[in-house]
Design a protein around this ligand. Structure first.
Ligand code: HEM
Length: 571
């Protein structure tokens, strides 16, 4: 509650005062003469300002204060009313804010807030800020409050203790354009629709059983990769690893590869555009008055074009699958193992097995999610793992010895061999600790007011968890910036979302459902790469020469492709 008080003293000045219920008083206007009168109005501060304004206007000031009813006085009253409302709003918000215990914040600029502090590598800039302001800090992107989480304890509070409250996602205009108005799973608002899509992803598409069923796809693609490397010897590892993960996901999701034939370049370009656009930090989402910039730069048009082209492409894929299904129902073969994601989703659509109607847009959005979430991320891990192994010949040696012992002369490592490869598991964990492919995870949104570590966090706060900083926290990790796979050998710490010091896949309800899928490919590729070949940097290049610059965007891979020389083993 706040008090508006018009106070005039006969023959002297009059004053307009406003006071809050905690005693704060502001003089908002001083004016001409009148009789000694005093009039107070109680104002409900949480109410609707326009209603207050109306009541102020209908408040007959002249007889009360004996002003001559001139045009000047009417304008003056209007002006005073306006000022009063402004000041009341300020006063009320500042008294309410004074009551709250907010996390520390770096100073911000009007309009842009802290956006200027993000730089090209937000995970690094936010790490630097968190060193000054602590593991929970409040930033503002435009006027959006953003909680930045930079320690394992705080991440546990967000993704475990208060997981339900932080299970929503923020809106983004680009992803709305690209992902069928958030009909996918990764950016869908928290609620019944998301729950159903998530359950389809977890139980039908990415389950351990389904991952197992694509074993031959992985083995065939890895075998092709080994042949390619053997032919080339001097290898663009970044390029071949990206192609491999795309081919695997294409076969698993769509039933065939799109990296060959006349469609290949177009498909690759579309996929790169999709991932690139989803990774763009869109200032218009935070400062709506700057939304026009995307029209000017052509970003909106590009997103619409990519969405349209992908939609046409997926329409064709779905149509082909429908025809194939019809043929099968009239006597064709094809067992469980051959069903790709589109087959599975069309069956769900047809049989209505999930208790709700799965529409065409939902099917296409889910497929796009699998590409957006599962391609760039997966090969990034392999790219950084090979980078670090090339920089650390001792670690490469230990790994090769382990893998070759298990292989025992076999040309290919198989799924069964993987569980015996402890050092390999440690190398992958260490890579994910140092290079979480999505260093800031996917932002969450709070849906209720909540206290975290004694701080008040309001509903509608965007939450960014800096997994990159958490993975390099010196209070958890000894020599945190060093590549030391040994640290995981006698440790139970894993990346599956239970150990908050290592959360490259996030955790909780919105944690990544694709861990088994990604790791089945990554572990097997890495084991075979080091089993089949000895690796060296290109002639004349030392570990120190290796350019470690990161690219910008949502997924952080190498800016410069990793080149290496492969020598078949045994030679
Ligand atoms: C190394 C590979 C991968 C990494 C590092 C990764 C990382 C992540 C992260 C950080 C999140 C957000 C988690 C959170 O908010 O707590 C996520 C969500 C997701 N990921 Fe992955 N991911 C990988 C592979 C995959 C694969 C292979 C797929 C599917 C084929 C996939 C599908 C998804 C989906 C659908 C979501 C959204 C879940 C939801 O919002 O409910 N990811 N992933």
């Amino acid at each position: 509650m706040a008090m508006v008080e018009i106070n005039s003293e006969g023959g002297g000045n009059w004053r307009l005062l406003i006071s809050g219920d905690r005693g704060a008083v502001a003089i908002v206007a001083i004016g001409g003469s009148g009789h000694k009168r005093r009039r107070s109005v109680m104002v409900e501060t949480g109410g609707n300002w326009s209603i207050i304004a109306l009541s102020m206007l209908s408040f007959n000031v002249s007889p009360l204060l004996s002003f001559p009813p001139s045009l000047t006085s009417i304008i003056l009253v209007l002006f005073i009313t306006f000022l009063t409302l402004k000041c009341l709003r300020l006063l009320c918000s500042s008294t309410a804010a004074a009551d709250l215990h907010l996390p520390p914040s770096p100073p911000k600029f009007p309009i842009i807030g802290n956006l200027h502090q993000l730089g090209n590598y937000p995970h690094r800039s936010l790490q630097a800020l968190s060193r000054r302001y602590g593991p929970l800090m409040m930033l503002h992107f435009g006027s959006t409050p953003v909680l930045v989480v930079s320690s394992a304890d705080c991440a546990r509070d967000i993704m475990k203790t208060h997981d339900v409250i932080f299970s929503d996602r923020t809106r983004s205009t680009l992803s709305e354009r690209l992902l069928y108005h958030r009909k996918d799973v990764s950016l869908a608002p928290y609620g019944e629709y998301w729950r159903q899509m998530r359950s389809i992803s977890v139980l039908q598409l990415l389950s351990n059983k389904r991952v197992q069923s694509f074993r031959t796809v992985r083995e065939e693609e890895i075998s092709l990769l080994m042949d390619k490397i053997e032919r080339q010897r001097s290898v663009d590892l970044s390029g071949v690893l990206a192609s491999l993960t795309n081919d695997v996901i294409c076969r698993v999701a769509l039933g065939r590869k799109y990296s060959e034939g006349n469609q290949s370049e177009k498909f690759k370009g579309l996929l790169a555009d999709l991932v690139g656009l989803l990774g763009i930090f869109n200032v218009g989402d935070f400062i709506p008055s700057l939304g026009w910039i995307n029209k000017l730069t052509g970003l909106d048009a590009k997103a619409d074009l990519v969405a349209r082209e992908f939609d046409q492409f997926l329409d064709k894929v779905v149509e082909e699958h429908r025809r194939k299904m019809e043929k099968k129902s009239t006597g064709g073969g094809g067992g469980e193992d051959r069903r790709d994601f589109v087959d599975v989703l069309l069956e769900i659509e047809k049989d209505k097995t999930v208790g709700f109607a799965l529409g065409a847009d939902s099917i296409k959005a889910l497929i796009l999610d699998m590409f957006a979430g599962g391609t760039d991320t997966t090969h990034t891990v392999l790219e950084w793992a090979m980078t670090e192994l090339l920089r650390h010949p001792r670690a490469m040696n230990i790994l090769q010895t382990e893998v070759r012992e298990i292989a025992n002369g076999k040309p290919m490592i198989s799924d069964e061999d993987l569980e015996k490869l402890h050092y390999l598991r440690a190398v992958v964990k260490e890579t994910l600790r140092l290079y979480p492919p999505i260093p800031l995870l996917i932002p969450r949104l709070s849906t209720q007011d909540v206290k975290i570590q004694g701080y008040d966090i309001a509903a509608g706060t965007m939450v960014i968890t800096n997994a990159w900083t958490i993975g390099r926290d010196p209070s958890t990790w000894d020599e945190p910036d060093e590549f030391k796979p040994e640290r995981f050998l006698n440790s139970s710490v894993d990346f599956k979302g239970q150990d908050f010091e290592l959360i490259p896949f996030g955790a909780g309800r919105r944690g990544c459902p694709g861990i088994a899928f990604a790791m089945a490919t990554n572990d097997l590729v890495l084991a075979n790469l080091v089993n089949k070949f000895d690796w060296a940097l290109p002639e004349g290049m030392t570990a120190e020469d290796l350019d470690m610059t990161e690219c910008t965007g949502l997924t952080i891979h190498r800016k410069v492709h990793l080149l290496a020389v492969a020598t078949p083993f045994p030679s």
